[in-house]
Design a protein around this ligand. Structure first.
Ligand SMILES: Cc1cc2nc3c(=O)[nH]c(=O)nc-3n(C[C@H](O)[C@H](O)[C@H](O)COP(=O)(O)OP(=O)(O)OC[C@H]3O[C@@H](n4cnc5c(N)ncnc54)[C@H](O)[C@@H]3O)c2cc1C
Length: 398
């Protein structure tokens, strides 16, 4: 029987998938989220969101008021030398920054962002199928269908692969694609109560320490009651590199920071428990054909996984979802059909996502520099600080 309202099937209920469901509903579509996990919980760690992203959250009424009450609006971003502790440069993130871009820079615990999205998706009445792993997909001129681990087949009008780095849906857009590339970079993430953090870090500040083959970032989350700490080192990738959450060892962090300044070592020592991620990425998106094919589109890490050195992976997923909303609205308005709308989505997104992927990689080289490159970086940062750290092309557009 023909459906009255068109339905988008969304594979994956992470930040990208939930945002896609929200965008699809706002565009007048029905959505259905298929998630392999038992629930929609995010592993504990923080993320930073630039104004390019918070503008979207504001549009969806998820930034101001109760939905965003646990978001922190840091006053500044400070870049320090990991060895000497010297401040190399800073970017003011307060009111001027918000006025310039029309939205704030925020730091948030992923679970808090996930919960806000989830509440909204549930309020929309969108079905959320958990413990439902998508095994295969197909499409024809009239629609799409996926086979699930429950043995059922679910049909819809379009399919969005928001199934992360190891995406299954990706093979239906890019059949000859290779597996994600291990980068040899390992991220240790931990949280500590702000009251237990060294005094200098109890301010509303994002601090990044740059050192040879490593960097550390710390910022407040959960309404400013907790400090999120991420320590990235270059090293041996664990054997089970595919699981993206590992028990990290404080001893490994300690060894990596052996030559670091005392304040940095003190922060690391105060973290009660570390978790470990082996970082992977893919080559930057090479064209619109890498983000959509017919009635199937990719979104978030499934389309463009990136190193976290520009703090924009979730940001790009949210931008994708906003663009998806825009093109689906044109279908609802009868301006275009679904395959053409998804083609437009891909055309509008791929170059920006590729640029962010490239810049994220480049930041890794700059952050971890040694020798002459390190000297050049530090000199430029001392001279130009704010001008280097402010990124109008990124924060001001999408
Ligand atoms: C150390 C680190 C720091 C970061 N910091 C930032 C930051 O500061 N700012 C920022 O914007 N980003 C940051 N990121 C990146 C950000 O976390 C990711 O880009 C973002 O979470 C991707 O969201 P997603 O929804 O696309 O994918 P995911 O979060 O991976 O969600 C994919 C979902 O799909 C489900 N799934 C997978 N396969 C299937 C299947 N076959 N069937 C059904 N369900 C399936 C999974 O269970 C999962 O729930 C960071 C990442 C790391 C590792």
């Amino acid at each position: 029987m023909p459906r009255m309202t068109r339905q988008v099937l969304i594979v994956g209920g992470g930040i990208g998938g939930l945002a896609a469901a929200l965008g699809a509903r706002a565009a007048g579509f029905e959505a259905r989220v298929l998630e392999q996990a038992q629930g929609f919980s995010e592993v504990g760690a923080g993320i930073q969101l630039g104004p390019n992203t918070t503008a979207i959250l504001r549009e969806w009424a998820l930034l101001d008021g109760a939905a965003g009450e646990l978001f922190v609006r840091p006053e500044r971003l400070a870049v320090r030398d990991a060895l000497s502790g010297e401040e190399l440069g800073a970017l003011r993130l307060g009111r001027n920054f918000e006025e310039r871009y029309g939205a704030p820079y925020v730091t948030v615990h992923r679970a808090d962002l996930q919960r806000s999205l989830l509440l909204r998706v549930r309020a929309d009445g969108t079905p959320l199928d958990t413990v439902t792993r998508v095994l295969a997909a197909r499409q024809d001129a009239s629609g799409v269908a996926v086979k699930t681990s429950a043995g059922s087949e679910v049909a819809g009008d379009a399919l969005v692969g928001a199934d992360g780095l190891w995406s299954r849906v990706r093979e239906y857009v890019l059949p000859a694609d290779e597996a994600p590339r291990p980068t040899g970079h390992i991220a240790y993430r931990g949280l500590l109560r702000l009251a237990a953090a060294p005094a200098a870090l109890r301010e509303s500040v994002v601090t990044a320490w740059l050192g040879p083959a490593l960097h550390v970032v710390a910022y407040p989350v959960r309404g400013g009651t907790w400090l999120n700490v991420v320590c990235v080192v270059e090293g041996k990738v664990p054997l089970d590199a595919r699981g993206w959450d590992h028990e990290g060892l404080a001893a490994e962090v300690d060894a990596a920071l052996a030559g670091a300044c005392t304040p940095l070592r003190d922060v690391a020592a105060a973290v009660p428990e570390w978790r470990m991620w082996a970082l992977h990425d893919r080559a930057p998106v090479h064209g619109a054909s890498a983000m959509a094919a017919g009635r199937i589109a990719l979104l978030g890490d499934a389309a463009h996984p990136m190193l976290p050195y520009l703090a924009q992976g979730a940001g790009m997923a949210l931008e994708d979802a906003r663009e998806l909303q825009c093109v689906l609205a044109s279908v609802t308005e009868g301006v275009t059909d679904l395959p053409a709308a998804l083609q437009r989505y891909a055309l509008n997104r791929w170059e920006r996502c590729a640029r962010v992927q490239r810049r994220s990689r480049r930041n890794g080289t700059i952050f971890h520099a040694t020798g002459a490159l390190r000297w050049g970086r530090d000199t430029a940062m001392r001279l130009l600080g704010e001008r280097l750290l402010d990124l109008p092309w990124l924060y001001g557009g999408r």
